[in-house]
Ligand binder design. Structure first.
Ligand code: ATP
Ligand code: MG
Length: 271
């Protein structure tokens, strides 16, 4: 009896508290604003889309909160697997690298930035498993094969290098490589950006299924409102480095409040 009460409390706590809290994050490149005064929280299992025109600061913000870039000001705290909230910029280099390799995923717009192009597809996926301590070759290969299947890459391509893959296949491989360690938070920067429209649609479908099945928290940067509509629960709209509107995706797209968001939404509808 006591035990079940404890478990309930633990699970309530896990979902009631944010996974990541971003406070007053700013990044300046000399005099130029990259992003300014950004605040938000993300909860476990939630998909947050960051949208805005080119140069609005989306990539800068994503890089700051994933520790790829050090902000000029502000704090980012993250709930570690032991439940403790930690300041990301206070982590030691080893802790930070471990987070990046295990608890987090980062899906780049250009798959070549997120893959090792000269090792096999199987090794690209297996490498992340080894980073979390898997050593058994047969098991690693079996898991890699399973993941290739989940991203619709034929098992007989496992020994091919990604440079022998099409753009869409490379992107699916990058997704498999990132998700195989069951990360809790995945950052994505325009993951469908470089692909043609029909390939994009299939990839989005696949991503939506995986995100839902795995209960992942995702922070996805896109300039495409249709991508945000399809994948995200919440949206932040950026302009000139600042967040100008933030809310539930359906509410924001159906009833935008800020004039700039109204313009964005109406220009899409006219197309
Ligand atoms: N390394 C850098 N040095 C100087 N300025 C930079 C650098 N990176 C970005 N900026 C500037 O910061 C601002 C935001 O750029 P950022 O790349 O974050 O925009 P974005 O919203 O990701 O755009 P896009 O949709 O084109 O990828 C822009 O004015 C850009 O010129
Ligand atoms: Mg960008």
């Amino acid at each position: 009896m006591t035990v079940s009460v404890r478990i309930d409390q633990a699970s309530v706590e896990a979902t009631d508290l944010p996974l990541m809290s971003v406070r007053s994050v700013s990044k300046f490149y000399g005099q130029r604003i990259g992003c300014a005064d950004v605040d938000f929280d993300i909860w476990p299992g939630e998909v947050l889309a960051i949208v805005g025109e080119s140069g609005s600061g989306k990539t800068t913000l994503l890089n700051c909160i994933s520790t790829r870039l050090t902000p000029t000001a502000g704090t980012v705290s993250y709930r570690m697997r032991d439940g403790e909230m930690r300041d990301l910029y206070g982590l030691g280099e080893a802790e930070r690298r471990l987070l990046l390799r295990t608890d987090w995923g980062f899906v780049h717009q250009n798959p070549a930035d997120g893959l090792r192009m000269t090792v096999s597809a199987g090794a690209n996926v297996g490498e992340r498993l080894m980073a979390v301590g898997d050593r058994h070759y047969g098991k690693i290969r079996a898991t890699a094969t399973d993941w290739l299947g989940r991203v619709e890459i034929d098992a007989d391509r496992i020994d091919d290098q990604p440079r022998a893959f099409s753009g869409g296949m490379r992107q699916r491989l990058q997704i498999a490589r990132n998700l195989v360690t069951a990360p809790r938070l995945v950052f994505m920067d325009e993951p469908t950006g470089g692909l043609d429209v029909s390939v994009q649609a299939r990839l989005l479908d696949l991503l939506r299924g995986l995100v839902h099945d795995l209960g992942l928290a995702v922070i996805i940067v896109t300039h495409d409102l249709a991508v945000a509509r399809l994948l995200s629960h919440r949206m932040m709209v950026m302009k000139d480095g600042r967040v100008i509107e933030h809310g539930l995706t359906d509410r924001l797209l159906d009833d935008p409040q800020a004039p700039y968001t109204q313009l964005l939404v109406s220009s899409i509808l006219q197309v």
